[in-house]
Design a protein around this ligand. Structure first.
Ligand code: NAD
Ligand code: DAU
Length: 339
């Protein structure tokens, strides 16, 4: 079995490669990644010497480069993680989100159609459903919830999902789609809420909370997401969408305070800053379908997962200190300087 993983030098793709190489020792894994600001070869260092692993630097929107890879490698499964993934960046600069997330997905689908594969899996997001109100805790996203996007990021991910479904119906490409809630865990880029708060709290820097910190996210430990994708690509029904989430809803302020307590930092570091434009209020997944059809359930609670994550950031300071000392600092000053 040979699996092409795009975006494997990023957070979830990197964790997925580590997970698959541990769980399926006889599989070959090929990682294709353009190494944007979010891609980090350090994340793949533990597998680089493994003869079953290969890395190719390429852009998924570069059609000749992607076709050449499909021509040279005999691929069974493609899992497309590669994307621009940060909502705030999509508000600053939408265009690259359309290029990578929409056009890149189209190139991958065309390659699958032209060269043939057993499965194309699209890693999508719960953000395609828009948001839920804060005062209706009984509401959850199901697979039939209408697409209703808020940011250029979620609009680009929704467009990609529609293309994936169109390629299945029109060209019979054997696809599956997963829509997961917010992930956290090792190798998470420190522009996202949890790693940013851990890094800032450790450095005694302000903890920028958007608005009043009342927005709710449904947090899933990244390994649970990887296991769900492993199940979908092996046992999921072609043409289907699967929601992934573990009923771990927290307000942003609760998350920040949990991190502060775990690190023995001061709540005085919390700094309320201008809200994100169009900020989605609440995400909450109903994962009944993947549980019923594939037997998936999350195994890590938020309390356990956040402890493991904080320990990982304490044990791997070099990994994130290298990031925050580089060009990422310019982005940080630009985004938070005037807030
Ligand atoms: P990330 O930003 O950490 O990593 C993205 C990776 O894709 C990086 O390695 C980057 O170099 C690579 N990449 C970007 N543009 C590329 C291109 N044109 N060609 C090839 N590679 C390219 O993202 P992540 O958080 O790991 O998210 C991975 C996927 O999961 C995305 O599709 C995202 O929409 C989806 N997702 C993320 C979450 C989450 O909480 N982070 C939740 C649900 C779904
Ligand atoms: O739900 C899945 C999505 O989760 C993925 O599709 C996205 O790729 C991923 O980035 C994530 O999107 P969010 O916008 O929910 O994640 P982020 O970590 O950027 O923000 C989480 C919440 O914290 C959100 O309500 C905004 C808030 N926030 C974020 C940052 C970076 C702050 O209050 N302060 C901050 O500095």
């Amino acid at each position: 079995m040979k699996i092409l993983v795009t975006g494997g030098a990023g957070f979830i793709g990197g964790n997925f490669i580590h997970y698959m190489m541990k769980e399926h020792k006889n599989y070959e894994i090929l990682c294709v990644d353009a190494l944007t600001y979010a891609g980090n070869m350090e994340t793949l260092a533990p597998v680089m010497e493994n003869p079953k692993f290969k890395f190719i630097k390429a852009d998924i929107a570069d059609r000749p480069a992607i076709y050449q890879i499909f021509e040279e490698e005999s691929l069974d499964i493609v899992v497309n993680f590669a994307a621009e993934s940060h909502v705030d960046r999509s508000i600053e600069e939408p265009e690259i989100f359309l290029r990578t997330n929409v056009m890149g997905t189209q190139v991958m689908l065309d390659a699958c159609r032209k060269y043939g594969i057993h499965r194309y899996h699209q890693v999508s997001t719960d953000e395609v459903y828009g948001d839920l109100p804060l005062d209706r805790p009984e509401l959850f996203f199901i697979e039939e919830t209408p697409i209703h996007t808020s940011s250029p990021y979620s609009a680009s991910k929704a467009s990609a999902d529609l293309l994936v479904q169109a390629y299945h119906r029109t060209f019979k490409v054997p696809v599956t789609i997963s829509r997961c809630s917010n992930n956290y865990g090792p190798y998470h880029f420190p522009e996202k809420l949890i790693p940013l708060m851990i890094a800032n709290a450790l450095n005694g820097k302000p903890l920028p909370v958007y608005g009043k910190g009342e927005n709710v996210r449904d947090w899933l430990y990244v390994e649970d997401h990887c296991r769900a994708i492993d199940m979908i690509i092996h046992k999921g029904t072609i043409g289907e969408v699967y929601n992934i989430g573990g009923h771990n809803e927290r307000t942003n302020l609760e998350v920040v305070k949990t991190i502060i307590r775990a690190l023995g930092a001061s709540e005085e570091l919390i700094t309320y800053v201008t809200d994100r434009a169009g900020h989605d209020l609440r995400y909450a997944i109903n994962p009944t379908k993947i549980h019923r059809e594939l037997g998936w359930l999350p195994t890590t609670t938020f309390d356990e997962g956040i402890k493991k994550t904080i320990k990982w950031y304490l044990d791997h300071k070099k990994w994130w200190e290298n990031i925050i000392s580089g060009e990422y600092q310019e982005y940080y000053d630009k985004m938070y300087g005037n807030k």
